[in-house]
Design a protein around this ligand. Sequence first.
Ligand SMILES: *[C@@H]1O[C@H](CO)[C@@H](O)[C@H](O)[C@H]1NC(C)=O
Ligand SMILES: *[C@@H]1O[C@H](CO)[C@@H](O)[C@H](O)[C@H]1NC(C)=O
Ligand SMILES: *[C@@H]1O[C@H](CO)[C@@H](O)[C@H](O)[C@H]1NC(C)=O
Ligand SMILES: *[C@@H]1O[C@H](CO)[C@@H](O)[C@H](O)[C@H]1NC(C)=O
Ligand SMILES: *[C@@H]1O[C@H](CO)[C@@H](O)[C@H](O)[C@H]1NC(C)=O
Ligand SMILES: *[C@@H]1O[C@H](CO)[C@@H](O)[C@H](O)[C@H]1NC(C)=O
Length: 325
Amino acid sequence: MMLAGFVFLLLLTDGESSNSNCTYRQLFTRLYPKGKGQNTMTRPVTIHTTPTEVMLDVLIYAILDLNEKDQKFVSYVWIDMHWKDEYISWNEEDFCGIDKILIPTKQLWMPDLTIEEMTEKDKASASPYLTVFNDSEVWLRNDMLVISTCKMNVYKFPFDIQSCNLSFKSAMYSDEEMQFFQIGNSSRSTNWTLTMIRSQSEWLLINMDITNTIVDNFGLNQSMLVYTIHMKRRYVLYIVNFMLPILFFLGLDLASFLISDSGGEKLGFKVTVLLAVTVMQLILNEILPSSSDRIPLIGKEAQSHCTAYEQEQHMLNQCVVICPH
Ligand SMILES: *[C@@H]1O[C@H](CO)[C@@H](O)[C@H](O)[C@H]1NC(C)=O
Ligand SMILES: *[C@@H]1O[C@H](CO)[C@@H](O)[C@H](O)[C@H]1NC(C)=O
Ligand SMILES: *[C@@H]1O[C@H](CO)[C@@H](O)[C@H](O)[C@H]1NC(C)=O
Ligand SMILES: *[C@@H]1O[C@H](CO)[C@@H](O)[C@H](O)[C@H]1NC(C)=O
Ligand SMILES: *[C@@H]1O[C@H](CO)[C@@H](O)[C@H](O)[C@H]1NC(C)=O
Ligand SMILES: *[C@@H]1O[C@H](CO)[C@@H](O)[C@H](O)[C@H]1NC(C)=O
């Protein structure tokens, strides 16, 4: 009697699992029958001449640093990407209305997206899952710490505007095999970024431009999506820290004419002011990029100030003070 009941129970559970398609596991087994390991290997198109169209959406979540000395731009970006995997599809009705499933990223082919300007490997952990819809659409959302090169022009420092490019492209596929397209237009991306951005350090994001081009990389034509990020420096800090003190020194310098030449007072005063300007310039040197083609205006100003002093000292022929440069 007990044995019969046990057998009945066994039949019941077994029967239930085989004719109900209401679980993700059933769907996964349907998509990945045993031994179907090739899904990750090749570009998922049924006709090999069809290019894979990758839709891309990029959002700047944080501007972490813009290092003028190393010409380095550090940002944290969110990347949304979707494309079609022609080998995957199912009918929603056969699976109790399941229209999407999350599967591990390792189980499926993915575009080999790279950022051309990136100089260091991304340390943030990649998303472990991607979403597959019943109409073959595959979505991937990822976030990345992007350390990229960016050529900066600091001539107008601290009133400068910098533009940095992030160029998204495939590492290996040509434009006949993979093409990138943006989701929405530039103003939409800018709007999203402005509402999502959390930290901008000393910068203020103005807008983003998106250009879709085809570039020739060593004889390989590749589709590329370029995000140009325009940023403005928040200059108030620099005015308070540098401009005002420099003006102050200038005032002191002029005031020194009022001191009478007799006695060593005038010389002592001038040397003190000169030292102060020198220290100031050392600090400036630390901040301004050394690789810049043109010396920033503010640096030039401090320098000319310094040279003027030097000449004056020589004329007085009393002591020699060495100015930097
Ligand atoms: C379960 O899915 C298969 C297709 O994978 C379908 O043939 C079958 O009818 C479905 N079963 C139910 C109960 O919907
Ligand atoms: C996805 O499910 C919808 C709703 O059942 C259905 O109309 C559509 O044909 C399905 N797509 C595929 C590729 O089976
Ligand atoms: C950034 O990309 C734009 C558009 O492709 C290009 O015109 C510009 O020269 C690029 N800037 C740099 C610094 O590469
Ligand atoms: C960008 O797209 C929005 C709709 O998403 C539209 O209203 C707007 O006019 C577009 N802007 C440009 C410059 O095309
Ligand atoms: C973004 O767009 C919405 C409308 O879609 C608008 O209300 C909002 O002001 C825009 N934000 C910015 C920062 O442009
Ligand atoms: C790259 O594109 C250019 C212009 O569209 C074309 O002349 C050239 O043949 C292409 N090169 C390859 C390798 O497809």
